[in-house]
Design a protein around this ligand. Sequence first.
Ligand SMILES: [Zn+2]
Length: 154
Amino acid sequence: MSGACCDRTESSEVADACVSCGQRARHVEWLTVAALLRTPIPPKQKFWICQETNCDVVYFGENPGATYRSDALNVEPGFKNPSGDALLCYCFDKRRRDIENELRTSRDSAIAAEIRTAISAQACACEVRNPTGKCCLGAVNAEIDAARLRIKTT
Ligand SMILES: [Zn+2]
């Protein structure tokens, strides 16, 4: 019953809990869900994404039964995969292991530079390739930090 002036488009993006694990779930565009599902596309509705590694739910929608696990997607979400195979950049097929390997021989990540160049050229399709619907650079940068720590301690 609240007026349109009270719609919380921004804050509702982070305020919801996963239907399975209860952890924070972010709003994700229906178009992204439709593009990533290998099943027939669901009716238009609000969708959320759970990025917890140990939770098997990836997407859930407003409608009952609109819950999708990794095996319903046409790509395995990297955030559900703790191994070196985990995809980080879905546009250019970069995996956790690729970043770790290049940082063993180089101070800087050529992969991150390559992705930044593609972003400036608007040559990414994250909205329909990345299960989060967002740019991968945040996850790539987090992985660079994590990989540097792993290399230092091994
Ligand atoms: Zn979850």
